[in-house]
Design a protein around this ligand. Structure first.
Ligand code: BGO
Length: 425
């Protein structure tokens, strides 16, 4: 039996994988990419489990997400083990609703139960089980609670044979069922939804009837099709959360309090702008200028010293000019900006480490999707406001499409001298 472990980043996937497979792990790379592939046998069972790269939605943007997407759609999987963070129910269930549409048996491991208990988050998971037609096992991968029950359910196959949960409103469901009735393929509901969204990956399946349904939905909802699907999912998840998260006598931790302010619906963007302004002020303002002056004076002193030495060594005027006006002045011009970039990148790294960037990226995901990018493109965008070259380089880490779009957007701002490293690297 083949089990795919799927979940958001930081949901506890690695902790659970290690716990379930112990030392029986095979570590390699996914074919054609340098992304780690981990497989292992779930202890006291015959089940082979594969740990898929973390993802937030089945709309792949990064190379890691593409690997997970391709695996889920193309491989024969007997069971999806979807690990979700009980303290991030709303964000986690977005992926779950997509996974359920794949029509593959699915169990939810509701992780971080210990944290949810401390915070006073009470989740009526039986209600979610009922609404989503699935099986949920509350666990704490760190404290190792509930994991025995999870193994027993997998081993004895005592999980629900989940049927498609109708999460969209009546009109949408009617169109979806019209489309899926004419599809004779695996993952009908998922692909049907993607066909409504107009996902290019499934363009070869589009028929005149599908185009007609899409037009009907667009006229009815007066929004773009991918927006309709995302809104419908969020609407369902918000209703489910309101029903299932029963008592919310949350003992707020200081991180929750900070989150409440930083990710407040109205304050998030103004605060983000202020933080970014602060970072730029430090990097390019008084402190940054101080470092530029400091580096300039060192380079000037070095240039004077070297010029003196070259005079002593009787260097010819052209070689002296090559070294002083060419090499030293050229390298010096680049070095001038290094301290400013160090300040900028250090401050951005602090925001990344504290988790602020990933939170705000999730917040901005819908906005970025309008131009075909994910919230993760935020970092290249921020870097791009300072310098387009490293922005395009960092976009490359996300995926080829992000790099292509960032290159188109930023190339007009790149000085000719800097275009060469982009082309060559
Ligand atoms: C650090 N309960 C609690 N409390 N924490 C958990 C649980 C749980 O049930 N499950 C996982 N974690 P990954 P992905 C960490 O690493 O498995 C914690 O990305 C730290 N590290 O211990 O890596 C887990 O594979 C320093 O926490 O997730 C890990 O899905 C300080 O959740 C984190 C605090 O788990 C992510 C935490 C140096």
């Amino acid at each position: 039996m083949k089990v795919a472990l799927v979940g958001n980043q930081n949901s506890g996937k690695t902790t659970l994988f290690n716990l379930l497979t112990g030392t029986h792990q095979k570590i390699g790379n996914w074919a054609g990419v340098t992304i780690e592939k981990k497989e292992g046998k779930i202890r006291s069972t015959d089940c082979e489990m594969i740990d898929l790269p973390g993802l937030y939605a089945l709309s792949p943007y990064t190379k890691e997400e593409q690997v997970a997407f391709d695996y889920l759609l193309n491989e024969e999987i007997d069971l999806i083990l979807n690990i979700i963070d009980a303290t991030q129910l709303e964000r986690s269930l977005y992926l779950t609703t997509q996974l359920l549409e794949l029509d593959i048996p699915l169990i939810i491991a509701l992780n971080m139960k210990d944290v949810a208990d401390i915070k006073g988050i009470k989740i009526d998971y039986q209600l979610i089980e009922e609404k989503l037609n699935t099986t949920i096992i509350p666990i704490s991968a760190l404290k190792k609670t509930g994991v025995y029950d999870l193994i027993q359910v997998i081993k004895n196959k005592t999980y629900k044979d989940n049927r498609y949960a109708h999460i969209y409103d009546h009109d949408f469901e009617a169109s979806l069922s019209k489309i899926t009735n004419n599809l004779n393929i695996k993952h009908k509901s998922f692909i049907g939804t993607k066909l409504i969204e107009g996902d290019e990956r499934f363009a070869m399946l589009v028929t005149d009837d599908i185009i007609a349904e899409r037009k009907r939905l667009e006229t009815h909802y007066k929004r773009s099709l991918d927006q309709i699907v995302a809104d419908e999912r969020y609407r369902y998840i918000e209703l489910l959360r309101d029903d299932a998260v029963k008592s919310f006598t949350k003992n707020k931790t200081w991180t929750d309090r900070i989150d409440d302010v930083l990710l407040n619906r109205y304050l998030a963007i103004p605060i983000f702008v202020i933080i970014m302004f602060g970072i730029y002020y430090l990097a390019a303002g008084p402190i940054g200028s101080l470092t530029v002056d400091w580096v300039s004076s060192i380079i000037e002193q070095f240039s004077t010293w070297l010029s003196g030495k070259l005079n002593i060594w009787n260097a010819s005027p052209w070689s002296k000019s090559l070294v002083i006006d060419g090499v030293v002045a050229g390298v010096g011009a680049v070095l001038n900006f290094v301290p400013q970039l160090v300040i900028l990148f250090t401050l951005i790294a602090i925001l990344e480490t504290t988790g602020y960037m990933s939170r705000i990226a999730f917040f901005l995901d819908r906005l970025f999707q309008k131009i075909g990018l994910s919230g993760k493109s935020l970092v290249p965008f921020i870097i791009g406001s300072g310098c387009s070259v490293p922005a395009i380089m960092s976009a490359r880490i996300i995926n080829d499409e992000t790099e292509r779009k960032m290159t188109i957007m930023l190339t007009p701002f790149i000085p000719c001298s800097a275009k060469l490293p982009i082309i060559t690297l």
